[in-house]
Design a protein around this ligand. Sequence first.
Ligand SMILES: Nc1nc2c(ncn2[C@@H]2O[C@H](COP(=O)(O)OP(=O)(O)O)[C@@H](O)[C@H]2O)c(=O)[nH]1
Ligand SMILES: [Mg+2]
Length: 224
Amino acid sequence: MSKKVEVKDKILSKNQKIADELRELFARKKILTVNFVSSPGSGKTSILEKILPDLSKKYKICVIEGDLETENDAERIRKAGIDAYQITTGGACHLEAFGIKKALSNFDIDNIDLLVIENVGNLVCPASFDLGEDFKIVVISTPEGEDKPAKYPSMIRVSDVIVINKIDLAEYMEFDVNKCLEYARKINPRLVEFKTSCKTGEGLKELAEFIDKKIIEKNADTGC
Ligand SMILES: Nc1nc2c(ncn2[C@@H]2O[C@H](COP(=O)(O)OP(=O)(O)O)[C@@H](O)[C@H]2O)c(=O)[nH]1
Ligand SMILES: [Mg+2]
């Protein structure tokens, strides 16, 4: 094995150990944890700004934001009335389980129903780093082009939900929604699909209802 592969394996197995601990913690505390992944600018923060205020009427929600630099996204989420903590990775293109574990000390984890992680904008690296989440939501926006699922299959494979965002721009971008979903289904037929627009509001209620249902399921889960 080359030295480079050995180091990468070591990093990933160390990450996995902490992610397993986090998953156990989230199960014990009945915290639904969702990891949003996408390219930069697909609309992750915009979607959260739109769906979390309503969900927060029913649930205690915390958000962990990941970016290379700036506190911008955490500030946007706080402005929407939701508790948020920003991890700035410096140069790293993904969040790691250790960072999530550390960030949790900023919240009262005995009093959280939903933890949302907005990962660093990148369709490659975050696929390899388990954060102990219940599931990943991958967001693809129409200006990115419909072939993204085919070009970044590892992210599609590890996600449970796909959101096609900026559906309001699909026509202008000549983005074929069905073609995009076909690429994604070929890689991962289990994907739950949503089409959203943060401009018109299309599909956001359905996405929020899906997350609501998952919070209820998590609370009913006896762990058996
Ligand atoms: N037209 C359109 N623009 C959007 C939509 N969602 C987000 N945007 C815009 O896309 C840009 C990036 O959004 P942002 O939420 O910061 O993306 P993030 O980097 O994935 O968190 C912003 O200028 C948003 O206003 C959408 O559904 N339609
Ligand atoms: Mg963002």
